[in-house]
Design a binder for this molecule. Sequence first.
Ligand code: THG
Length: 369
Amino acid sequence: MSAPEIWSNTRIRSTPFTSRIEAYGVGAYTVYNHMLLPLKFVSVEDDYWHLKEHVQLWDVSVQRQVEISGPDAAHLVQLMTPRDLTRSKVGRCYYAPLVDGRGGLINDPVILKLADDRFWFSIADSDVALWALGLAHGLNLNVKIFEPNVNPLAVQGPKADELMSRVFGDSVAGIGFFGFAHLDFGGHPFLVARTGWSKQGGFEIYVDNDDLAGPLWDALDEAGRDLEVRPGCPNLIERIEGGLISYGGDATIDDNPLQCRLDQYCHLDADIDFIGRDALRAERDRGISRAITGLFLDTAALPTVRQRWTVRQGERRVGDLTSAAQSPRFGRGVAMAMLDRDCWEAGTRLTVDSPNGSIEAEVTAIPFE
Ligand code: THG
């Protein structure tokens, strides 16, 4: 029996690149931020090898921007994240957890500082604008909050520098990791950042001009012919191996950023005011009881993880598996799981209940080595 289709409708937004990726042949979509996100082109494994060897164009329009601007913008942005942004700089990107009053993870965006009083939150899959609007209303802040028409196009893979410099010129090389600059294409300045949801290197172009979106895609496609450029998308195998968590899947509002191993972005002792500070400090002092952990799975056939799978030590339930994929690099399954603290040690043997029966698993550190 084949899986049921997901039907499109006007609530599920398409993007300025949808016609391009469908002309090439997109194999599967998911819905993310009420918008289409491609998940597969040739096959997840073929896409994986191509991403690691060449360069891909990703329609990641689903990474919506929430713009916060105005006299109270910097204050509101800092209230929303435990990452200390007091010394943040215009022209830089900051990966930052957003938390609620209980320390629960609301989202894990990349924050772009466009000006001292203007920010973009490049969000994962949850309605951050509503949270920000509620805070601004409740606290009577002088800010403007909206979702601009910006559709990010990622250029990812080891040949991304070469391809980008062919289209945008040599100044691409001057953009440092998590920096951004405005570069010309077709007479329009595009925000180009050295970021992206893979560990293969590359850029993200924040396409804020619908008329130039198609021509930009085509220019990258043509300039990259000899580099074997092709459409791609966030790759399940590559991002699990690299330890990139997917909000909504691996982490939800019931988890805090310490459990999600985002400690390095939580400045709990900094002299800053943010929502959830007391809860996160208490959680740190208590010691987290569970955390996202890597698992190797001893299996050749791995069904799709549609619901979390129970992870056991003997008969005792010790957590949930949240994502899994067959890794060509390791020759076995790789997975992310939220596990109780007494099973974090690498090498611990566990059992996973998949819909196709139980699978033997071994705990390992993230990223996978
Ligand atoms: N790019 C942009 N927006 C995004 C994503 C992105 N929004 C949704 C989602 N991805 C947000 N989540 C992440 C998770 C990890 C990273 C970026 C966005 C990431 N992390 C680096 C790493 O783990 O190696 C470290 C970053 C750092 O140290 O500052 O890149 O991909 N625009």
